[in-house]
Design a protein around this ligand. Structure first.
Ligand SMILES: Cc1cc2nc3c(=O)[nH]c(=O)nc-3n(C[C@H](O)[C@H](O)[C@H](O)COP(=O)(O)OP(=O)(O)OC[C@H]3O[C@@H](n4cnc5c(N)ncnc54)[C@H](O)[C@@H]3O)c2cc1C
Length: 460
């Protein structure tokens, strides 16, 4: 009798976890749920890359020249998956990785085949603000109506939008949250989902299916690029994220965050939590509990409050993406009128390659291209230049950030771009930064521009 038939006869539970931006074992309600329902059954733990390729109308990718994921972002993701795989193996299972190869079927079909072959009974996923990902989940649910879906919140402070509707501005949102919940000062720590100690095994007939195993799929792709590693301080994965969290709160940096956060460079000048938060290697609850501990044990001041304030911006843009769905990618955003900008290829190339007439912008873009990271100040300056100085259609800038940022997050990226383009959540309409003044203020001695060669002329 085949294993598959045996599974079926025993009426065994076969649970599949579809990881997305929840690449961790701690405080992961989705994985916890999967471990509970599969306790006497089997468990498939899957990361499916490029799952959304199946969508016909994933128009914004093709339209805005989104090419392959940038190297830094890809490397950070692979490190994160490798770390997750190690944690899953320590618990008796392993990560399966689906990707589109030259000859292989698209990933949606590969996943469908796996579900059908293994007679999956339950699927566990984390809630996401990603409009395209949700469309794929809808297709999958329609295809397999008999499968039970379990959806948990792992990315945000709140399980659902904590207000009746999303306020038009961040300030209104923050004030309401702080008056209704005040999570920063609550007496008890935020509840953290227990980490499963063991996981049910793979179905027997998967044990020799090396072609699905993460290690065999990615051996060549995970080769660490030494040049990149010299310039990037980010190493993906839950264990590295937790180490970074610990190092940050064991330093003095949180107590001066508000005065340093606008700097263009320097690792300790802002928290650098974003990359681990974006792919879910770190949970926002874990960070908030740690921040509260710092306030209790070391010091609570304007700076520690401001870390909370920025985490609330992240929360706001998550619910903004959930609320506005595909409007997140529209030229006119959530506004009534489209901006008077357009696509001009030569200017777009200058901006991407760091060869504009603005050294500060070039330096920031060189930093992004080399490391996958740019400070918040830098992002504001290059986006303002893109929209106001170069007069370009903001969506091409957002797509370029999506391609390259190690901390790419759908709501934070597209929401911030809309905000700066004047088609989003900014009550003031639009934000233009004076690049000369900003250079004087944030790089008065030209060190940042020198380090990132903002003055060097290159050909496009
Ligand atoms: C045009 C543009 C695009 C952006 N794209 C992204 C993106 O794709 N992913 C992303 O995580 N952030 C994005 N940001 C927000 C912000 O620039 C980064 O979160 C921040 O620079 C990351 O560094 P950090 O972790 O040291 O931030 P810190 O200053 O230490 O802030 C702490 C945390 O608060 C959150 N946060 C801070 N500022 C913002 C903000 N403006 N919006 C939303 N969350 C915020 C992040 O989770 C961050 O890790 C973007 C900002 C702009 C202007």
């Amino acid at each position: 009798m085949s294993n598959q038939a045996a599974n079926n006869l025993a009426n065994e539970n076969v649970t599949l976890v579809l990881f997305h931006n929840d690449l961790r074992v701690a405080d992961n309600a989705t994985l916890l749920k999967a471990s509970e329902i599969s306790i006497d059954g089997k468990l498939l733990l899957v990361y499916a890359s490029s799952l959304t390729d199946i969508l016909d109308d994933k128009d914004y990718y093709d339209a805005y020249r989104y090419e392959a994921m940038g190297q830094a972002r890809q490397q950070f993701l692979h490190e994160s998956l490798a770390d997750l795989n190690t944690s899953l193996m320590q618990r008796g299972n392993r990560l399966l990785y689906l990707q589109k190869g030259d000859e292989a079927l698209d990933v949606f079909t590969q996943l469908s085949d796996l579900i059908a072959q293994q007679r999956v009974t339950d699927i566990c996923i984390s809630q996401t603000a990603d409009y395209n990902k949700n469309k794929v989940y809808d297709l999958m649910q329609a295809k397999y109506p008999e499968i039970q879906w379990h959806i948990h919140t792992t990315a945000t402070l709140f399980d659902k939008l904590p207000l009746e509707s999303l306020p038009k501005s961040f300030t209104q949102f923050r004030k309401k949250i702080e008056s209704d919940y005040d999570l920063l000062h609550a007496e008890k720590d935020i509840a953290i989902s227990p980490t499963p100690e063991t996981l049910a095994p793979l179905p027997d007939n998967m044990l020799s299916r090396d072609e699905y195993f993460f290690e065999s799929q990615l051996s060549s792709e995970t080769e660490v690029n030494k040049t990149l590693k010299q310039t990037s301080n980010f190493t993906g994965g839950e264990s590295n994220g937790l180490k970074h969290l610990d190092a940050y709160f064991c330093s003095d940096a949180p107590s001066t965050y508000k005065t340093t956060r606008n700097a263009l460079d320097e690792w300790a000048h802002s928290t650098k939590f974003s990359a681990w938060l974006a792919n879910g290697s770190l949970s926002v609850n874990t960070i908030l509990n740690r921040l509260r501990r710092y306030e209790r044990d070391i010091i609570g001041n304007d700076s520690t409050y401001w870390i909370w304030f920025e985490l609330l911006w992240r929360e706001y843009f998550y619910w903004y993406a959930v609320t506005h769905q595909q409007k997140l990618f529209w030229f006119k955003g959530i506004a009534q009128h489209a901006p008077s900008t357009q696509l001009i290829e030569s200017l777009l190339a200058q901006w991407k390659n760091g060869t504009t007439q603005y050294p500060i912008v070039n330096a920031c873009m060189n930093q992004l291209n080399a490391t996958g990271y740019m400070s918040n100040r830098g992002r504001q300056l290059v986006a303002s230049c893109f929209i106001h100085e170069l007069g370009l259609d903001w969506r091409y800038g957002a797509a370029y950030f999506e391609q390259h940022l190690v901390d790419y997050d759908v709501g934070s990226n597209w929401g911030n771009w809309q905000y700066l383009a004047g088609v989003g959540a900014d009550p003031r309409g639009c934000r233009q930064f004076n690049l000369d003044k900003q250079t004087q203020q944030y790089d008065p001695n030209g060190e940042f521009i020198r380090e990132w060669q903002g003055n060097t002329q290159k050909s496009d």
